[in-house]
Write a protein that binds this ligand. Structure first.
Ligand SMILES: O=C(O)CCC(=O)C(=O)O
Ligand SMILES: [Fe+2]
Length: 341
């Protein structure tokens, strides 16, 4: 069974069960499948990411946001055609409304992809990061974070594959060469308002799976379930994990990319969170799994929303999201794309 912890509103799964007996590993995989079929969200413990690294990345995040504006704006995302770098409060839209958060977006460190006439548009997302000169340790800790979270993510992805009756390695190829994972380090400032407003608006994540770290004690994340919002406060030492649109596509809706949002903290408070979006190469078209009959009968089909078309090619799906969320970067660097779309 899934562990239950006081106050946990979502299933809690212990990843170390996978390295216990084969029977226990099998039970873990069933729990994983059920949690992501029913909720699309769960808490992950037993993941093996050192607490010291968790503390260090949270501390470094706080130091980054405490830098003078000039240091942060030196790496503003408006300077990057690849949507990388620091975004000031008000720079982002979800469902056409302003998100009340500042953040730094960091991707895989690459050279810009060569662009010719027939190059698919999404290759524009590939390129270098912008790192803050004023905080060199950010790059060090983020590099370690990527290595740890890649490991946890691949372990989860293989467990999903097995639990869905597929080959354990069915998704491996897409993640081995040129993965395009993305890390956001986010701060939600407090706001004085009668009803808690939009920290980040209701959305689904674009990719495969998200590992979210939230500062202890900082609520605000809400997850949609049967038309209601469930609070998902952080549990010390646990990640909040959710699946993205690509796994919904891969399973014809058997697994669910669940809508979630963050409410702004109250005035005088703020909240730091660090979502890691584990993602394949931009030109990956995610394979559709042939589910065993007993699961296939529970597949709900992929969500059809005219305001949010889902694309099976990851680059298309993420470019859709970036152009929509960061219209200022899009206008500045990709006006030709906007005109064409
Ligand atoms: O900050 C959080 O807790 C969640 C952020 C999120 O959902 C996102 O950036 O996609
Ligand atoms: Fe999200």
């Amino acid at each position: 069974m899934t562990t239950s912890l006081d106050g946990a509103s979502l299933p809690v799964l212990d990843l170390s069960r996978l390295s216990s007996s084969p029977e226990e590993a099998e039970r873990f995989r069933t729990d994983l499948r059920e949690a992501t079929h029913d909720y699309g969200f769960f808490y992950l413990v037993g993941h093996g990411v050192p607490q010291d690294l968790i503390d260090r990345i949270l501390r470094t995040a706080r130091r980054f946001f405490a830098l003078p504006d000039d240091d942060k704006l030196a790496i503003e995302n408006l300077k990057s055609p690849h949507f990388r770098g620091y975004m000031r409060i008000g720079g982002e839209l979800t469902q056409g409304k302003v998100d009340w958060r500042e953040q730094i977006d960091i991707g895989e460190e690459r050279e810009p992809h060569p662009i010719e006439d027939d190059t698919p548009d999404y290759w524009r997302l590939e390129g270098p990061n912008q790192w803050p000169d004023a905080l060199p340790e950010l790059r060090e800790v983020v590099t370690e974070w990527y290595a740890e979270l890649d490991r946890v993510s691949l372990t989860l992805l293989r467990a999903w594959a097995l639990s869905l009756g597929a080959d354990e390695h069915v998704f491996d190829a897409a993640f081995q060469e040129n993965p395009s994972s993305l890390l956001k380090i986010v701060r939600y400032p407090g706001k004085d308002e009668p009803v808690r407003g939009q920290g980040v608006g209701a959305h689904k994540d674009y990719g495969v799976l998200t590992l979210l770290l939230v500062e202890p004690g900082k609520g605000g994340l809400q997850v949609e379930k049967d038309g209601e919002w469930i609070d998902a406060p952080p549990i010390d030492g646990a990640f909040v994990v959710n699946i993205g649109e690509l796994l919904e596509i891969a399973t014809d809706g058997y697994l669910k990319a669940t809508v979630h949002r963050v409410l702004s903290p109250a005035a005088g408070d703020d909240r730091v969170s660090i979502p890691f979006f584990y993602s394949p190469a931009l030109d990956t078209t995610i394979p559709t799994l042939a589910l065993p009959a007993e699961l296939a009968s529970d597949a709900r089909g992929v969500t059809r929303d005219p305001d949010n078309p889902l694309f099976a090619t990851y680059g298309e799906n993420v470019l859709k999201g970036k152009l929509r969320a960061h219209p200022d970067v899009a206008e500045l660097h990709h006006s030709d794309l906007l005109a064409r779309r």
